[in-house]
Design a protein around this ligand. Structure first.
Ligand code: CTP
Length: 131
């Protein structure tokens, strides 16, 4: 039984989110997703998410290939979450390439390529100012 863990804000769900979760699940048997808390998201991105943490967790939990979700309260706690959930594989998007290599002694660290041409930020910008 291999447990895969991944993290993210997942605001305004889009196909890039779905694809990374689908590929993450295929690396093991069980996929756990740490959804960034509203506070952590603000610290990371200097802006608020459109959907609050409870709604983002509910949406991610409803995805067929996600087995469970939890609230990620701090970037510094990643190692603790990996241990707490006995994760075998940590999946991150390749925008974080190399940044989590220190967890290689706790679990395998895999960076998956992001889906090109889509992000929540770009979509919001498009809605705000148009093409
Ligand atoms: N992701 C992806 N491909 C995209 C966008 C995101 O694979 N086009 C992945 C990220 O690498 C991360 C997860 O989805 O592992 C959650 O990313 P998140 O930051 O919530 O999504 P973004 O759309 O990048 O959000 P933002 O534009 O606000 O930074």
């Amino acid at each position: 039984m291999k447990t895969v863990i991944t993290f993210g804000t997942f605001d305004m769900l889009h196909v890039g989110h779905i694809r990374i979760l689908e590929r993450a699940k295929r690396l093991g048997d069980r996929l756990l997703v740490g959804v960034s808390s509203d506070e952590l998201n603000f610290r990371k991105k200097q802006k608020s998410a459109i959907y609050n943490e409870q709604d983002r967790m509910e949406i991610i939990r409803s995805i067929a290939f996600v087995d469970d979700v939890f609230l990620e309260e701090s970037l510094e706690l990643k190692g603790e979450y990996i241990k707490q959930f006995s994760a075998d594989i940590l999946v991150m998007g390749d925008d974080w390439e190399g940044r989590f290599d220190m967890f290689n002694d706790l679990c395998q660290v895999v960076y998956l390529p992001r889906t090109l041409g889509i992000s929540t930020t770009e979509t919001l910008e498009y809605i705000r100012v148009g093409a």
